[in-house]
Design a protein around this ligand. Sequence first.
Ligand code: T3D
Length: 261
Amino acid sequence: MAYQAIMVSEDDNIRTITLNRPDNLNAINERITSELREELEAISRNRALRCLVLTGAGRAFSAGQDLKEISARQEPVDYTRELHRRYHPIVTGLRSLEIPVIASINGAAAGAGWSLALACDLRIASTRATFLSAFGKIGLVPDAGMTWLLPRLVGLAKALEITWLGDPISAHDALALGLVNRLAEPDQLAAVTRETAARLTRAAPRSLALSKQAMYASLANGFEAQLEYEARSQGIAGRTKDYARGVRSFMNKQPPEFIGE
Ligand code: T3D
């Protein structure tokens, strides 16, 4: 299907989704959510892909929910239902993909736009990016996973400060807080994202997928339960052809070439 509110491209097994409503700072309307859902489902079935990048067109990553669209509705909005229907499949979809997902944050990330970036595994931001909770300013609460992800990244007190005071966070502060993994100059963002994605495509896919699942599982597990989780994951990883290839390459002092099996 031809998308209208997102653009997709693929290069060397790296899929890129670009939120594409630059005139509205990529505000998330009905069409963006339905197209993102469809695209994420397609990506989850595509065994050839090795990395997903999510970015925005124009000067913003995303300004969050499209407030113009939602306020134009005639009937009262049931936000609980909206979140279940539109946002939850996207943030759970991003999190459950087996491939690494990188948010390449080219500008402002506000409200649920920031939540989307938080639901990605790694974040690379332009030095021009800013982060704004925005929910409190319009009388809402953080959603689309932000109340779960933000305290885990920055700690409880900082998460509450960000939510309650609503001050924009600069890219440099975001790096210092651990909200983003690395920064790039605006004209270098695509290249730095691409280089990181390319490195990930060269890693053993099952190792990446199992370690992603284990890291996220750890957030809900106690220590003993996590040891068990690791032991099960290692049992699976240790039976892959890529593990055998990795050890052989080490012995031969050659860089490994993984095949995803
Ligand atoms: O649906 C549900 O289930 C509820 C879920 C809610 C989740 C949420 O995301 S709530 C939070 C929604 N987001 C916001 O409140 C942020 C609103 N935007 C801003 O605060 C500012 O635009 C920014 C700080 C992000 C950027 O400011 P600035 O000065 O660089 O740009 P601007 O002039 O405000 O915006 C440029 C255009 O984008 C402008 O359009 P215009 O006037 O030129 O036609 C503006 O209206 C539009 N725009 C920006 N944000 C949104 C938007 N249009 C619709 N919805 C937006 N969120």
